[in-house]
Design a protein around this ligand. Structure first.
Ligand code: URA
Length: 239
C-alpha cells in the first residue's frame, strides 16, 4: 500500500514524522536510488527501496502492549525534571515505543503502548470514538441529578461533552468517597476531572479500567502484557 514517505519513515522507527520531513528536505533520503525532496511523495514500503543517509530501511517489527500505568508516572518518552515516565517500565524492550494518547500523571490504568504509528493515528483520531471507561472516586456523596447531568453532557470551556454512560457504584462512609464508573467516547485533555470539577467535586482517584474492548484483567499495577494478534486486528477495525 502506498503511503507518504515521512509516514513510512516514522513507521520504520527512523524518527518522528516531523523529523523525517526535515531529513527529506535536507536531501538525506533516496527512493530506489534517487534523492527525493518532495514531502508529498508516495512510496510502497513493500516494493520501493528507501535509504536514509545511505542506509536501507528494514521494516521494523511491530509491538503492542497493554500497560497498567501507576499513579505518579508521566506519559512521555523523557522528562527533563527526572520524574518517572512510562518508558521506565519498558527498559528491557529494545525498540522505541510510545503511548497511544495519554493519562494524566495522577491517573492510573490502561494505556496502550506501541511503535505502530498507523494504529496510534487511527485510535487517536477525534472521529474514531473509542470508548474509554474510568473508575472515579470523589469526596462526598453525589446526587442522582448530578450523575444524570454528567451523562447528558457538561458545558466545559472547550464545549459541551458528548453523552456519556454513567453508573453509580457506591458510597463508602468510612472514607466518605463515592465511586462512579463513566464511559466517554471523546479524549479531551483532563476531561473526566473537568467534568466532575464542573460540579465542584475534586477527583480523589481516577483509573482507566477499559479502552475499547480491552480491560486491565490480569495486569497488575506497573505491569504490562503483549496484545494478541486478534486484539490488534480488532483495534484496526476502528480504521
Ligand atoms: N480524563 C482525565 O481527567 N484524566 C485522564 O488522565 C484521562 C481522562
Amino acid at each position: 500500500m502506498e503511503e507518504r514517505l515521512q509516514k513510512v519513515m516514522s513507521n520504520c522507527g527512523v524518527a518522528s514524522r516531523r523529523a523525517s520531513e526535515k531529513m527529506i528536505l535536507e536531501g538525506r533520503v533516496r527512493v530506489n536510488g534517487v534523492i527525493v525532496r518532495e514531502l508529498g511523495t508516495k512510496v510502497d514500503p513493500d516494493k520501493d527501496r528507501i535509504a536514509v543517509d545511505g542506509k536501507t530501511l528494514e521494516a521494523q517489527p511491530k509491538h503492542y502492549y497493554l500497560f497498567n500505568k501507576p499513579k505518579g508516572v508521566i506519559t512521555t518518552s523523557s522528562d527533563d525534571q527526572g520524574r518517572a515516565t512510562v518508558m521506565d517500565y519498558f527498559r528491557k524492550e529494545k525498540d522505541r515505543i510510545y503511548a497511544v494518547g495519554r493519562l494524566d500523571q495522577n491517573t492510573e490504568g490502561l494505556l496502550i503502548m506501541t511503535n505502530d504509528g498507523e494504529l496510534a493515528n487511527i485510535l487517536m483520531h477525534p472521529s474514531r470514538l473509542v470508548d474509554k471507561t474510568y473508575e472515579v472516586k470523589v469526596k462526598g456523596r453525589i446526587a442522582d441529578s448530578v450523575l444524570q447531568h454528567l451523562a447528558d453532557g457538561v458545558e466545559l470551556k472547550d464545549g459541551m461533552t458528548a453523552p456519556a454512560d454513567v453508573y453509580y457504584i457506591g458510597y463508602d462512609p468510612k472514607t466518605n468517597l463515592t465511586s462512579v464508573e463513566i464511559t466517554i467516547h471523546e479524549g479531551r485533555n483532563r476531561q473526566v476531572r473537568r467534568m466532575f470539577e464542573f460540579f465542584g467535586y475534586q477527583v480523589h482517584n481516577l483509573r482507566r479500567v477499559q479502552y475499547a474492548f480491552l480491560t486491565l484483567s490480569g495486569v497488575k499495577r506497573g505491569a504490562y502484557r503483549k496484545l494478541t494478534r486478534e486484539e490488534v486486528a480488532e483495534l484496526y477495525k476502528y480504521k
